[in-house]
Design a protein around this ligand. Structure first.
Ligand SMILES: Cc1cc2nc3c(=O)[nH]c(=O)nc-3n(C[C@H](O)[C@H](O)[C@H](O)COP(=O)(O)O)c2cc1C
Length: 205
C-alpha cells in the first residue's frame, strides 16, 4: 500500500514538510510506502474552467506543468495527505491552483481513499485552512482520517514546529489512524457504493 503526500509549501524542508514527514514515518513503520511530493516551489496556473477535463479525463493543461502526473500519482495511491502552510488565513496560492485542477479533473478517482489535511502556521488561521483542505476530500467522497485535534503545527522559522510536541503527537496519530483505515479496507470484501449521476440544481431564480 502507498500513501502520497503533497507539500504545498515553497519551503522544501519547512514546517509543513516536517509535519508530513512525522505522519509518513509512522505509516512507514507500519509497512506502508510513502512519498512526499514537493509542489510548493513549482508554478501552476489556476483552473481556467474550460471544461475539457470532462472529455479528456485529465486537465487539458496538466501535461505541460506536471499537474497531471501528480493527479495520476494520487489516483494510484491508497491514501492521500495534503499539507499546506497558512498564508493569510488559508492554504497557499500555489497549492490552491494545483488542487482545484487536480480534484476537478481527477477527483472521481479518489473516492473512498483515506485523506488527511496537515497545516503549518505561526499564529492564526489554522482551522479555516484545515477546513479548506477537507472541502476537497468531502466533495470527492474521500474518507477523512480521524485525529486527536485539528491537524495544525505551530512554528515560524523552519524546524520550529518540532518544539510543538502536542502537534507532533497529533501527526503520529494521523499516521496511526490512516494505517488502521488502510488495513481495514485491505482486509474487507465490502465494495464501496457505485458512483451515480447526481441531479444538478443551480440556485437561479
Ligand atoms: C505570505 C505568508 C503569509 C502567511 N500568513 C500567515 C497567517 O495567516 N497565519 C499564520 O499563522 N502564519 C502565517 N504565515 C507564517 C507561515 O504559515 C509559517 O511560517 C509556517 O510555519 C510556514 O510553513 P513552512 O515552513 O512549511 O513554509 C505566513 C507566511 C507567509 C510567507
Amino acid at each position: 500500500m502507498k500513501v502520497t503526500a503533497i507539500n504545498g509549501s515553497p519551503r522544501k524542508n519547512g514546517n509543513t514538510y516536517l509535519a508530513l514527514k512525522r505522519v509518513c514515518d509512522e505509516l512507514e513503520k507500519q509497512g506502508i510506502e510513502t512519498e512526499i511530493l514537493q509542489v510548493g516551489s513549482e508554478s501552476y496556473t489556476g483552473c481556467r474552467a474550460c471544461g475539457a477535463c470532462a472529455k479528456l479525463g485529465k486537465c487539458a493543461f496538466g501535461d505541460k506543468d506536471g499537474s497531471n502526473e501528480i493527479a495520476e500519482k494520487l489516483a494510484a495511491s491508497d491514501g492521500i495527505l495534503i499539507g499546506s502552510p497558512v498564508y493569510y488565513g488559508d492554504i497557499n496560492g500555489t497549492l490552491k491552483c494545483l488542487l482545484d485542477r487536480v480534484f476537478y479533473s481527477r477527483g472521481r478517482d479518489f473516492r473512498f481513499k483515506p485523506g488527511a489535511a496537515v497545516v503549518a502556521l505561526r499564529r492564526g488561521g489554522a482551522i479555516h485552512t484545515y477546513h479548506t483542505i477537507n472541502n476537497y476530500f468531502g466533495i470527492t467522497e474521500m474518507i477523512q482520517v480521524p485525529s486527536i485535534y485539528w491537524n495544525d503545527v505551530h512554528g515560524a522559522a523552519v524546524g520550529e514546529c518540532e518544539q510543538d510536541e502536542e502537534a507532533m503527537d497529533m501527526m503520529y496519530a494521523i499516521g496511526r489512524n490512516m494505517a488502521y483505515l488502510l488495513k481495514m479496507k485491505e482486509a474487507s470484501n465490502v465494495q464501496p457504493p457505485e458512483p451515480f449521476t447526481k441531479t444538478k440544481t443551480n440556485f437561479i431564480r
